[in-house]
Write a protein that binds this ligand. Structure first.
Ligand code: ADP
Ligand code: MG
Length: 566
């Protein structure tokens, strides 16, 4: 059936398309990078599937990407003979945005009237296929899934709906034809059908793509005024991670980062390493400069891709990076693995575990290095990813020491600056043996808490911990450098020296006698709410405060559990 239907884009897609059509992003060249990136992914997927599924009847002998420009019709087509899409794939993948966090992103963009801020947001998000609508008045996609006979044709102007129908004669793979906006249109300054322009964009953004990108070009012929057409490969196809570090330009690293991360902004740090000996590998890793929107969502993307001798094996290879470093992006090329390796086997593989340990150590060393030598970058890093990194204090006991060194925390010492634990220890007062912390929802709440008074009076510094994960790691870690981590809201806080203690003890006894009747009366009347009422030396201005037992949950944890319905 060649019947064509008109379908509506999902609401979020519609909003995103609106932004694209009205071009909030100024660098329009990137639409071609996105299309080439998708074509490259499709070729990777086909090669892998053909290796795993021997019954798949496809010719993988000449996998490539082809660019066809038609200046007269003002179209540019990007074609690949990769995996292709079924009709359902097209509806699911092109008509909707599955990425979590999209709604929040759009909300933020609506709230910020500032064009530069919106641009920044969209750059962080990356819009993939939809970027074509920055330059197109219409986009036509023709595709056929490898192994299937029926093809699909999709077309849209980006205005709310798209047309979709089946076709009999689609070649295997996908072609995307961009019908360019009129040349005289104000925001369309470039001719994307010009050979020079196309070459420039490919060289700049897609040179490392490991499949040939071909284009037919006109060359002057033998005879005067004649010309011949010649097909050229216009990218160098060099796997960036396999090249020596000093031969790769910063710019190349950056463009490669954008390709693997689906992020449009620059990375914060690049880590290029190589392992030799019994188990060879190359790794090209990046620490992004922004946290992705789905960093704390379970179904969020997890960064590292696995290759085996230049062959793409899988995306989101969780065996190579611990959960708390899920923001790290990049490629690991391991030489001695089977191409058929499954996720389950990878998790068990001893060599993969060795590589993972090395990668983790290298990433942490890089962060430590930033902390020591580049305060500004370190601050950016910590603002974006500190919360995730603190999860490592719980799960990665092997690297706990290093993690404790790179952690930054708010403290009463300086309201404007975070402190390291080492900084805190250095400032500890004579006679102070413990590291004090307070947990709570916000700095203001903690600072106004009555528990704080005695510490303020003493001049003791208190760490201010406001992330839910803080509650857990302080418990698990217990001590730093032989100094106990102590909550100011738990148990008997011992703030006095021996001398002072004796005096206080005498005074307490005296006062205990004076107030015995009152305490008994209070305990009796409040027994539903509290375990015990006692006199305290920790308050200087508030008349009373509620404290937890040393082994009780802290108030924030209690709230967290209550919110979870426990
Ligand atoms: P992303 O590449 O980040 O997933 P895109 O918007 O670029 O997002 O593409 C959405 C999805 O559409 C891709 O994940 C892929 O499944 C599918 N797709 C896009 N282009 C192609 C193509 N040329 N061949 C096969 N599938 C494609
Ligand atoms: Mg893409």
């Amino acid at each position: 059936s060649n019947q064509t239907e008109t379908l509506e884009f999902q609401a979020e897609t519609r909003q995103l398309l609106q932004l694209m059509v009205h071009s909030i992003y100024s660098n329009k060249d990137v639409f071609l990078r996105e299309l080439i990136s998708n074509a490259s992914d499709a070729l990777d997927k086909l090669r892998l599937e053909s290796m795993i599924d021997k019954d798949l009847q496809v010719d993988t002998g000449d996998l490539h990407i082809e660019l066809v420009a038609d200046p007269e019709a003002r179209t540019l087509t990007v074609r690949d003979n990769g995996i292709g899409m079924s009709r359902d794939d097209v509806v699911a993948l092109i008509g909707t945005i599955a990425r979590s966090g999209t709604a929040e992103l759009l909300q933020k963009m609506r709230e910020s009237r500032d064009a530069a801020a919106s641009q920044e947001l969209i750059g962080q998000f990356g819009v993939g296929f939809y970027a074509t609508f920055m330059v197109a008045e219409k986009v036509t996609l023709l595709t056929r899934r490898a192994g299937q006979t029926e093809g699909t044709r999709w077309e849209s102007t980006g205005a709310g709906t798209y047309e979709i129908g089946t076709v009999d004669d689609a070649p295997q793979g996908t072609s995307v034809t961009v019908h360019l906006k009129p040349e005289d249109s104000e925001d369309n300054l470039f001719d994307y059908t010009a050979e020079a322009k196309i070459r420039e964009i490919v060289k700049r953004y897609s040179d490392f793509i490991s499949w040939p990108i071909r284009m037919a070009v006109q060359r002057p012929g033998e005879e005067e005024g004649s010309s011949t057409t010649e097909v050229q490969t216009i990218n160098s196809m060099k796997a960036l991670w396999a090249r020596p570090r000093d031969e790769v330009a910063e710019e190349e690293y950056r463009d490669f980062y954008r390709h693997v991360s689906h992020d449009w902004s620059d990375p914060l740090e690049t880590i290029h390493m190589r392992g030799e000996g019994t188990f060879e590998y190359e790794a090209l890793l990046f620490i992004p400069s922004h946290a992705p929107f789905d960093l704390f969502q379970r179904e969020g993307r997890r960064g590292v891709q696995l290759y085996v001798k230049r062959v793409f094996i899988m995306e989101d290879c969780e065996a190579l990076m611990p959960e708390y470093l899920r923001f790290v992006k990049g490629v690991v090329d391991a030489h001695d693995l089977s191409l058929n390796i499954s996720r389950e086997i990878l998790q068990q593989d001893r060599q993969i575990q060795v590589v993972r340990r090395r990668l983790v150590r290298k990433v942490l060393a890089t962060i430590k290095d930033l902390q020591a030598n580049n305060a500004e970058k370190y601050r950016t890093f910590w603002t974006e990813f500190g919360r995730a990194l603190k999860e490592g204090l719980i799960s990665d006991t092997d690297n706990r020491e290093t993690l404790l060194e790179v952690v930054s925390l708010a403290s009463t010492h300086d309201p404007a600056e975070l402190t390291t634990l080492a900084g805190y220890v250095e400032r500890m007062k004579d006679g102070q043996s413990d590291i004090y912390y307070a947990t709570g929802e916000s700095r203001t709440m903690i600072e106004n808490s009555p528990h704080m008074e005695a510490f303020r009076a003493k001049g003791y510094e208190v760490l201010i911990l406001t992330d839910p994960v803080d509650e857990v790691w302080v418990e698990q870690v217990g001590q730093v450098d032989g100094k106990a981590l102590r909550s100011i809201a738990k148990g008997q806080v011992d703030l006095d020296s021996e001398e002072e203690k004796k005096e206080a003890e005498a005074e307490r006894e005296q006062r205990g006698k004076e107030y015995a009747a009152l305490l008994t009366w209070l305990t009796e009347h409040l027994k539903e709410q509290v375990k015990e009422v006692r006199l305290s030396s920790r308050l200087t201005t508030s008349p009373a405060c509620v404290v937890g037992d040393a082994f009780d949950m802290t108030p924030t944890l209690e709230k967290m559990y209550r919110a979870m319905g426990q």
